[in-house]
Design a protein around this ligand. Sequence first.
Ligand code: FE2
Ligand code: FE2
Length: 246
Amino acid sequence: MNMLAKAEAADHALGEAMDRYAIVKSTIYTSGERDPREPPEHPDARGKLHLMGPDPRLPRMPERPTLFDFFKYRFGPSIHLLQSARLAQKNGVSEKLVLACLLHDIASGGFIRADHGYWAAQLVEPYVDEEVSFAIRYHQVLRFYPDESVGYKYPESYIRLFGADFKPEPYLERAYQYARNHKYYMSARLLTVNDLYAFDPNVHVELEEFTDIVGRHFRQPDEGLGFDQSPSAHMWRTINWPTRYL
Ligand SMILES: [Fe+2]
Ligand SMILES: [Fe+2]
């Protein structure tokens, strides 16, 4: 089959799959665009099955997906993560912290934005050392608070993004105080220092550069992420199959 024939066959298969299944979006996809108190809009499901597997519109993940498979097939372009990890490496931080930099924003890139530090930490917690998940969880909060001892200032980009009068809420202040007094404070702080906000278009970083670090510090389950029995396996499955009905 030539390229064009292949593309046409793929299109045809997708069309058939879309005719076969009714795809219902989770409330969180649409909340705000519609009033979540109203009954959800369901697609016309007459003669169709409800999807209980992979979404035919998405690239198919391997049976036993690895962390890198999620990077390749489910997370948006990860330039920010790759460049942050590279910078951390250049600054000579520990391998665990390089890993934390590589993973710190996977939630905003592949799952949910709000409280992205907490979501990302929870996703990786069963597979990394506590220092790594702590750094990821609290980088989100620490970004709001300067620390002159390491030259970390309140980001100018936050003034642009959130306005000059944005003030972290009391729960964030409490989380900051907790993190400030924790034994891994400096790990989370170093993550904020290496958390690059501007992409350098001239710096090209490949995911594979971090294969060894991931191999040494991320305990990949044999069954594949999502199919093990860890407390966050269901979250990986949801990223894999975001439109599964139940
Ligand atoms: Fe972040
Ligand atoms: Fe970041």
